[in-house]
Write a protein of this length. Structure first.
Length: 450
């Protein structure tokens, strides 16, 4: 194996003292995770500059505080009435000042509480306090900053969200390696294990990304498949590969159990603290889970392999992530964070979420009923789906892109072509009564083209 990151912290001769200090601490707590860092990840640190001095002043400057880079009036931030008149029950101090780079502490704590409540396997695990990101796309990019070097392999199933390529291949110079998503009517667990071993050859580090419920297919693994996936990750770690396991849980909680029961907790909960060579990373957010897409509020949570040193490891990685956030976007919107925190603190939120879940479940069940009708078998094959926003069909006898264009031009219906044969339908934005007509016209469009 010839990974450039196999050297220890002592080789960091050209780094700033703060980055060196973090790397030394990480090497003592988990040399395996130090070796997972990209060259940028080794360089990252959180500066002891304006922000740290402002924090000290906030605690001790009892007379005058001339450190904060905002304008103030009285006891709060300076603001315009034309802006504040649109705030309902939100104090200007919760909207206009800068948020900390890691996010509001109260929001981070509330999200951790949510993770523990929804993922029973986490309750005895040592994980980080979630950091706030500008939605999951930002979290994906932060993973790249800390762990991805040019030439690294990112292992993702072939039914994938296209933005992964833009982030990891275009921006970070990595190579996305794929394997077939489905096998025998479910997730291809054997193919995943085989792809792990093949892509680990001649390299010390491998990044594996799993997105469940999946975009574009709407698939969530069964409990048995989940156990097989974790077993494969642990086996590869035991074989000596340092594995960064990234779990994109954007659609978490939207489980409908179509056909058979699916998992109802994140694979992150099952992977954390499993092996020193396995770092689990959870990316999730309020965007889909709380139906606040435009607020762009997400989270990144870390689950190191060693429980005993997890607190020290997450403290170091927290500092490096704060440095990456500070150097990239400075911080996530204060107003967005305040709104999400208030939603999480609302006594009505769970009942409201449950009602929306039932609305989406009714749509998913209707799609499942309609799309599997035998009379459509000549037009498409249905990929398994049971969760999330989407489902996919593989059209027969004609290219998916040609069907998409014909459906748009002749029928006024928009769908997404995700490959040569695959069409994705977002049932999340269809009323129940619109589902049967859509698939009827999709069938007609395919027959037209043939």
């Amino acid at each position: 194996m010839n990974d450039q990151n196999s050297v220890g912290a002592s080789a960091d001769t050209d780094l700033t003292p703060l980055a060196k200090e973090l790397n030394v601490r990480l090497e003592a707590a988990s040399p395996e995770i130090l070796a997972m860092l990209s060259s940028m990840g080794r360089r990252l640190y959180f500066p002891k500059g304006i922000l740290s001095q402002s924090a000290e002043a906030k605690q001790k400057a009892t007379r005058f505080n001339a450190t904060i880079g905002i304008a103030t009036e009285g006891d709060g931030p300076m603001h315009l009435a034309s802006a504040t008149k649109h705030l309902v029950d939100i104090d200007p101090a919760e909207a206009f000042p800068y948020a900390p780079p890691a996010g509001q502490l109260a929001l981070r704590e509330r999200w951790r509480d949510k993770l523990l409540a929804e993922n029973p396997s986490l309750r005895d695990k040592r994980i980080s306090l979630p950091l706030v990101t500008s939605a999951i796309t930002h979290g994906i990019s932060l993973v790249g900053d800390l762990f991805v070097d040019p030439g690294d392999h990112i292992l993702i199933p072939d039914k994938l969200w296209g933005n992964y390529r833009l982030t990891y291949e275009v921006q970070h110079g990595a190579k996305i390696a794929t394997y077939p998503f489905f096998a025998e009517g479910g997730f291809n667990t054997e193919g995943f294990a085989r792809a792990l071993a093949e892509n680990a050859e001649d390299r010390d580090k491998l990044i594996a990304l799993l997105n469940f419920p999946n975009n574009p297919t709407g698939y969530m693994p069964t409990p048995a498949e989940g156990e097989a996936l974790i077993a494969a990750l642990v086996a590869q770690a035991e074989a000596g590969t340092r594995v960064v396991a990234v779990f994109d849980d954007a659609y978490f909680g939207l489980f409908y159990h179509l056909g058979a029961p699916s998992l109802t907790e994140s694979l992150f909960a099952m992977a954390a603290n499993q092996h020193p060579n396995l770092l689990a990373i959870k990316l999730d957010g309020a965007t889909k889970e709380l139906f606040v897409w435009g607020l762009r509020c997400g989270f990144i949570t870390l689950g190191p392999g060693r429980a005993a040193s997890a607190d020290e490891v997450t403290d170091v990685l927290d500092a490096k992530l704060r440095g990456a956030i500070r150097g990239g976007i400075s911080n996530v919107s204060q107003l967005s964070q305040s709104l999400v925190r208030r939603v999480l603190e609302s006594p009505e939120v769970e009942a409201e979420r449950a009602q929306k879940l039932e609305t989406l479940r009714a749509r998913a069940e209707k799609v499942y009923e309609v799309v599997n009708q035998p009379r459509f078998a000549d037009s498409w094959d249905v990929y398994p789906f049971n969760s999330g926003y989407f489902m996919c069909v593989a059209v027969k006898g004609v290219e998916a892109e040609k069907v998409r264009l014909h459906l748009l031009d002749a029928y006024g219906i928009g769908v997404i072509a995700t490959g040569p044969t695959d069409i994705r339908i977002a049932f999340s934005c269809l009323e129940v009564g619109e589902i049967a007509p859509l698939f009827e016209d999709l069938h007609k469009a395919i027959q037209d083209m043939r």
